[in-house]
Design a protein around this ligand. Sequence first.
Ligand code: URP
Ligand code: ZN
Ligand code: ZN
Length: 550
Amino acid sequence: MERKAVHNHLFNFQIRLQIQSFSSKMVRLRSLILFLSISLSPLIGLSQLCESGLGYCDSGSVVSSKILIKGGTVVNADHQELADVYVENGVIVDVRPNIKVPDDIRVVDATGKFVMPGGIDPHTHLAMEFMGTETIDNYFSGQAAALAGGTTMHIDFVIPVKGSLSKGYEAYVEKAKLSCMDYGFHMAITKWDDTVPKEMEIMVKEKGINSFKFFMAYKGSLMISDELLLEGLKKCKSLGALAMVHAENGDAVFEGQKRMIELGITGPEGHALSRPPVLEGEATARAIRLAAFVNTPLYIVHVMSIDAMEEISRAQKSGQKVIGEPVVSGLVLDDSVLWDPDFITAAKYVMSPPIRASGHGKALQAALSTGILKLVGTDHCTFNSTQKSFGVDDFRKIPNGVNGLEERMHLVWDTMVESGQLSATDFVRVTSTECAKLFNIYPRKGAIRAGSDADIIIFNPNSTFHISAKSHHSKSDTNVYEGRSGKGKVEVTIAGGKIVWENEELKVVPGSGKYISMPPFNYLYHGIDKADENYLASLKAPVNRVKPSL
Ligand code: URP
Ligand code: ZN
Ligand code: ZN
């Protein structure tokens, strides 16, 4: 099918199934339609569902498949070798040279190409209600885009409903019924009362969530206080969950925004000017120190500045377990775009923390190549031009977020590997394996080895990629990487043992993605209890004193 036709079908499908509406009535109606579509699909047959407008839906791909990937260089995070990969029923069965199979097995030739684990994006926001609207990509369009770009799993942030974790979880279970690839959840914590720690425990012990995010910014909506952060860090530690922070000083950002408005700066450049790197550095340092005080591991999402990166580096040198996640936009873009005279062009780059002045991106790349920063996310949080226009008179109303799910693998390869800053094995580590290890799903995910899930890409380092909103699979009408091209191309994506992307064509089935439960106590927790014992021993307290007789 022509790419344009694929795109149109996707668009029709989205229109039909995901009636965008801001009224709660319509949101309920949409949930009902989704529920009926997905739950009735086995009854009416996927082929019928496909024929009724599901673009690149392929009922054939629900049949389990056997695939031999022949002649490629298999790249894992620690090693690369010439080998064949045999896949059966969604799982990698064998990895070795010269595997022989019967004639009826599908053979994919990977000669001269890399065979790598599918990407895992640790940071996305699909169908997220935020800043008075909802991200334009839902679990189908966002994941379809991801698959076309070689990412086969992502971890999305569940936002509690009025502070309720369980209601937030239920809402995301509904949204995720459209999934066409595997996914997991992080959970945001936006308030604190007696029920929140109990619900955190349920999320970890019963729902397969092993990470919680605390927003130190977005005053008046998602932002939490230091007091809450401390409570949250303690609870994370007791559950073996990974605490994550959006590190910006939200009070100071609020002040900075007022200052810009008073100065008459209302356009997108005001966004960057109101929240400079020093505010990201301050919050990063504060979160790191509080995590050290509690002695629990910490994950800093979307590290955008030298200031934040240097705080992370300093903490690591002192032995603290701090993970820094750069995102593609922070690695490859600079803030000059926010000064573009065309509002829509500038507004599409508004995200938080902001895209920084040139120099920050290069420093983040260097930190990624030396291991200070460990894995690359996207923070895919996409709004179209109409949504971005909500802030045409006031940058504070521009919904924050950029795309990246489809582009991440290509841009990281081109920027980091083609420049010599990372090797092919490093590429696998920062785009897939490290994420699988941190969120405790390795080696099921993040590896090409017998027993791992068959989430695989075939990557041609001698081909070229091109990025444009005209050809991408996101529902957005813009792309922050518009016009970019570079070396390397994901030619085939295999997700759950099925070929879902080949010859520039997507074949995906809504409802076919699986929820991946993620257990607590990742590798960062090793040694935490010993450190606690040493700390207690070092106190030399309480001192046994004879009470003075008064
Ligand atoms: O601008 C951003 N980053 N939007 C998504 C929400 C967040 O802060 O991660
Ligand atoms: Zn954030
Ligand atoms: Zn985010």
